[in-house]
Design a protein. Structure first.
Length: 346
């Protein structure tokens, strides 16, 4: 079968590799229908983070179940499913409390192999999310939105939940990539009244407005801080801030635009940690991390997509075949695409 393989920084290739097989409990083999490139993939693509050469890549997919191990009873062959980047067992203290991204029973090893014709997923019973019907029942746009539920939409929602967004809040979103834009959707779903998106790109700002942003701040540095504060009550800052970049400077900026007592929801993968003194003096909370997928998909996000209430698939501004995987990565690396969609099969 065809699968994307990391060779070296700035080089991803399609290789012919053995098709995965059932070799343990709670497993499913899935024919991938859609996959995608994540912003976090760019860390190792650019050589900033280390990744083993010749390793399979990708951690976002939807697909059709081909086979399952004998103990799997929650899904069956033929089911269309969301394949999360998380692998929650569903019963440990982390999963029970809604943090399946921190599941205490995950198997060690690198998460990868979703950018392929077939993949193996475990734990199948607790992790996979069933989508009604078959791929043929959905339009291309609907499949794209369903694909976001494997990671980016759930991650944006996790940022809003971590920031404790509530009805009537003023929310600021730092980061106009796919996660930040989905954070706008998440904040709106939780009832935010004013959503301020910090964006320096007209196309991304326009999509942010379509998703629910009420205000765009296009300035940078100290001026951006002042412009955000001017949009808040008494210039005190936002009730909640979604940090969707991962840079130390972004978290520092989040502290500057948060009102006293606010919470920053962070989901950008950090490479270094910020100084916390600023947050201490303003009683600002900082929380967040690896998102949950299965729980929010089942409780909120899947139905919102099925009902047409949200259309997060619009973050995919370019589509590619699996054979053109290098182009898919380059498009995101060069900011020619907000997010790259991989059309693997029908």
């Amino acid at each position: 079968m065809k699968a994307a393989v990391f060779m070296e920084p700035e080089k991803v290739e399609i290789h012919d590799v053995p098709k995965p097989t059932i070799d343990g409990d709670n497993q499913a083999i899935i024919r991938v229908v859609r996959a995608s490139v994540c912003g976090s993939d760019l860390w190792w693509y650019r050589g900033i983070a280390k990744r083993q050469a010749n390793s399979l890549v990708g951690h976002e997919a939807i697909g059709v179940v081909e086979s399952v191990s004998d103990d799997v009873d929650q899904i069956k062959p033929g089911d269309l499913v969301i394949v999360p980047f998380t692998h929650g067992c569903g019963h440990c203290v982390a999963c029970v409390n809604g943090f399946e991204g921190n599941c205490l029973n995950q198997k060690p090893g690198t998460n990868g192999g979703y950018q392929a014709e077939f993949m193996k997923y475990e734990p199948a019973n607790s992790g996979l999310v069933k989508i009604p019907g078959t791929p043929a029942d959905y339009t291309a746009d609907q499949l794209a939105s369903l694909q976001t539920l494997s990671d980016v939409m759930a991650t944006g929602f996790h940022a809003a939940k971590s920031a404790e967004v509530k009805e009537g809040d003023t929310v600021a979103v730092i980061g106009d990539g796919a996660v930040g834009l989905c954070g706008v959707i998440g904040a709106k779903l939780l009832g935010a009244e004013k959503i301020i998106l910090l964006s320096h790109h007209e196309d991304r700002a326009a999509l942010g407005r379509e998703f629910g942003a009420t205000d765009i701040v296009a300035t940078k540095g100290d001026q951006a801080v002042q412009d955000v504060l001017a949009l808040t009550k008494e210039n005190a800052g936002a009730d909640a801030v979604l940090e969707c970049v991962g840079a130390t400077s972004a978290i520092d900026q989040a502290g500057q635009i948060a009102r006293p007592g606010a919470v920053i929801g962070r989901v950008g993968v950090p490479q270094t940690e910020p100084k916390s003194n600023q947050l201490f003096w303003k009683n600002v909370g900082l929380r967040g991390g690896i998102a949950s997928v299965t729980k929010p998909d089942k409780e909120v996000l899947l139905q919102a997509v099925l009902d047409g209430k949200i259309n997060p698939g619009k973050v995919f501004t370019k589509s590619f075949s699996l054979d053109n995987i290098q182009d898919a990565y380059q498009a995101m690396d060069k900011r020619e695409a907000i997010k790259s969609l991989l059309i693997v099969s029908k």
